[in-house]
Design a binder for this molecule. Structure first.
Ligand code: UGA
Length: 437
């Protein structure tokens, strides 16, 4: 099977770095480009800018085999590329929640001068409907002497499981308006689509919207089970049973039904807001998504109040050990993490916080004030009035419960990820508060 396409990946952040590395592993020749010289220097020394299981080894393998390179010089790589992927950030624009497309458009302008005839420019960044049209217009404004194609190829990988998700996707979505672009993308993805992942080809706008609809739907599923979990607590039911009971219906599906402290991360919060802006711009209403955003925002603060309540309400001067800071396990990402709102709520109530996270502490130090960062979970719990599990790291699933009890002033645990069972914790003499049971 011949799969040696030449690919340039603009942006070596989460999506760009993982996608570029996996494309190289498929057998393509990949150059990852980033403007950040320090990031590129580090990557060339084998140092990853993010924590992602398996990434370092996969980068090393493909660099050693000569298929993967890192550079700041777009002009040396772009003229040879069959496909140029744009995988730069699309953060929430300050003030209005729209996706900030300035990096995408700047990349489009730059590559317009550099691409070869017939090249396909692909937006892999999460971009609002119509961005492909604008990218095409920008490139055409500097490049009207030959044909090129603009396609959309949204990425559905999750942090922490990024490589596996990329190599074994449920589906690959490509948004193409010309058969030439479809041909190049089909070749690039042949190694996964021959392994039975369906390749869904659709118009560019539908592909752009698919990405936002997928994230908004998943965010809705989480908010739905979180609200059901609140009701479970009131009526004396276990949300785990209810999730199992509904999830086995194939129309509902059992994944993404874990009740918890609300969704965070770099995608769901930003993408739900951007989707609402798109709807507003087009005089459409997405009232369900509006509700999801509001429900999730209030849930994060609500989790802090849940801890205060578990501690008996009279909490001024007390202390909490917060185990887990990142928005989920297996990442160092702190963006929009529920722990940020939880810490704020606890501090507002006069509680001091000792915290530990296996990978997130460096980022947390830049985002949290007056928190004592500790060596390990036991150091964090020493002398505190309550332990709170905020992220489902494996390291917190097997705590030495006797030692935990001895270190805490009170045998009180609030488990916001339902890592432990009530029977186990109460058996060890803890007062145990979970989510949804
Ligand atoms: C999410 C999507 O799952 C990916 O498909 C998508 O590609 C990505 O956004 C993106 O747009 O780039 P990610 O943000 O890495 O991926 O993390 P998820 O595993 O989806 O978790 C998101 C949040 O939902 C976390 O805070 C997690 O704790 C929470 N969650 C997830 C729950 O509370 N319950 C669940 O059952 C699942």
């Amino acid at each position: 099977m011949e799969v040696d396409m030449r690919i340039v990946m603009i942006g070596s952040g989460y999506v760009g770095l993982v996608s570029g590395t996996c494309f190289a592993d498929f057998g393509h020749e990949v150059v990852c480009v980033d403007k950040d010289q320090r990031k590129i220097d580090a990557l060339n020394e084998g140092i990853m800018p993010i924590y992602e299981p398996g990434l370092e080894q996969l980068v090393a393998k493909n660099v050693a085999e000569g298929r993967l390179k890192f550079t700041t010089e777009l002009e040396s790589a772009a003229p040879f590329a069959d496909a140029v992927f744009i995988a730069v950030g699309t953060p929430s624009r300050r003030g209005d929640g729209h996706a900030d497309l300035s990096y995408v458009y700047a990349a489009a302008k730059e590559i317009g001068q550099l691409i070869r005839p017939g090249a396909v420019v692909v937006t892999k960044s999460t971009v609002p409907v119509g961005t492909g049209d604008e990218v095409e217009r920008i490139i055409r404004s500097v490049r009207d002497d030959f044909e090129f194609y603009v396609a959309s190829n949204p990425e559905f990988l999750r942090e922490g499981a990024a490589i596996d998700d990329f190599q074994r996707p449920d589906r690959v979505v490509i948004g193409v308006n010309e058969p030439e672009a479809a041909h190049v993308l089909n070749e690039i993805y042949r190694p996964v689509t021959t392994n039975s992942a369906p390749m869904l080809q659709m118009a560019r706008r539908a592909s752009e919207l698919t990405k936002y609809a997928a994230n908004a739907f998943l965010a809705t599923k989480i908010c739905f089970i979180n609200e059901i979990s609140d009701l479970c607590e009131r009526v004396g039911a276990d949300v785990g049973d209810v999730a199992l009971g509904i999830g086995m219906d194939k129309r509902i599906g059992s994944s993404f039904l874990n009740a918890g402290p609300g969704y965070g991360g770099s995608c769901f919060p930003k993408d739900t807001l951007a989707l609402l802006k798109t709807a507003q711009d087009h005089d459409a209403s997405l009232r369900i998504v509006e509700a999801v955003v509001a429900v999730n925002d209030s849930r994060k603060r609500g989790m802090g109040r849940k801890v205060v309540h578990a501690m008996g309400g009279d909490v001024h001067g007390k202390s909490v050990a917060l185990l887990g800071l990142t928005f989920k396990a297996d990442t160092d990402d702190m963006r929009d993490s529920p722990s940020l709102a939880i810490v704020q709520t606890l501090q507002d109530a006069g509680i001091s916080v000792r915290a530990y996270d296996p990978e997130g502490m460096a980022n947390a130090r830049t985002m949290m004030t007056e928190v004592t960062f500790c060596e390990d979970p036991y150091d964090a719990m020493t002398g505190t009035d309550c332990a709170v599990i905020a992220t489902e790291w494996a390291a917190f699933r097997a705590l030495d419960l006797q030692r935990t009890k001895d270190l805490l002033k009170e045998p009180l645990m609030v488990d916001l990820r339902n890592v432990y069972s009530r029977a186990e914790m109460e058996g060890h003499g803890f007062r145990y508060h979970a989510v949804g049971h």
